[in-house]
Design a protein around this ligand. Structure first.
Ligand code: PEP
Length: 262
């Protein structure tokens, strides 16, 4: 079954709502100018919470062919959770996607697999598509434990999800040592882990689900390395950090299908 490639730009804590308008408009013009084919890749931006209302207004008002979502969601419905944002609030803002368990949330906010699982369940219960981030630290890779370590994260994140929910979610394999370092995984290394994730899904949820779920690679993706990554059979797209803040770069990543594999 053909899985539509997904290119998701994680803006992290960058761009205020005014700057978001500028980037989105320029991204739209560039994609149009370069004749991006939306059937060949789905383009999504993941701005900070404070930009979401503005992004919603722009995407809806101008009928942009760009999806959007949030970078985190609370595991709770409402109440005394200062600073948190609920799934219902994100749904009201039109968010289709939400990142869960990014390594920066795990590192700076102490999120473990239980919290990631609770957030994933909350997102799917509200009809959003979670982009669940998994991936090993450098020390784990150096001990060649990257596959079991990553599968352990996958198992923890997916507790209690139905096969149908799993089929519609997104998993992003993001080795921690590759995020923001300029040290991209080789296509073969990324494929090894993405294949293992798909195999794990197949064992637990069957071939139809493992054929449908989209598995992304993330970590120092740019316009030069994206085509080789996307040539791998189990990589269905990329979660892009720094390069998603540069319009020409992100637009080239979205058009990976035009690039030579080098
Ligand atoms: C990320 O933030 O998920 C990420 C992959 O960042 P970068 O592309 O900058 O490595």
């Amino acid at each position: 079954m053909a899985r539509k490639p997904l290119m998701a730009g994680n803006w992290k804590m960058n761009l205020n709502h005014v700057e978001a308008v500028g980037l989105l408009q320029k991204l739209t013009w560039t994609l149009e100018d370069k004749k991006h084919d939306p059937d060949k890749s789905e383009v999504v931006v993941l701005p900070p919470f404070t930009d979401l209302r503005t992004v919603q207004t722009l995407v809806d008002g101008d009928r942009l062919e760009i999806g959007y979502g949030a970078q985190d969601v609370s595991a709770f419905d409402n109440g005394a959770y200062t600073g948190d944002i609920s799934a219902d609030m994100l749904v009201k803002l039109g968010c289709r996607y939400v990142v869960v368990g990014h390594s920066e949330r795990r590192r700076f906010h102490g999120e473990d697999d239980n919290i990631v699982n609770a957030k994933t369940l909350k997102a799917v219960s509200r009809g959003m598509v979670p982009i669940v981030c998994v991936g090993e630290r450098l020390a784990v890779r150096e001990q060649f434990r990257h596959v079991p370590d990553t599968l352990h994260h996958v198992e923890g994140a997916l507790v209690g999800l139905t096969s149908d929910q799993v089929a519609n979610m997104v998993i992003a394999y993001e080795p921690v040592w590759a995020i923001g370092t300029g040290r991209v995984a080789t296509p073969e290394d990324a494929q090894e882990v993405c294949t293992a994730i798909r195999g794990w899904i197949r064992e637990r949820h069957g071939g139809e689900v493992s054929d449908r779920i989209r598995i992304l690679y993330g970590g120092s993706v740019n316009a030069r390395n994206v085509a080789a990554l996307m040539a791998q059979s189990d990589i269905d797209g990329c979660l892009v950090g720094a390069a998603s803040l540069k319009v020409d770069e992100f637009s080239a990543i979205a058009r990976f299908y035009e690039m030579p594999v080098i």
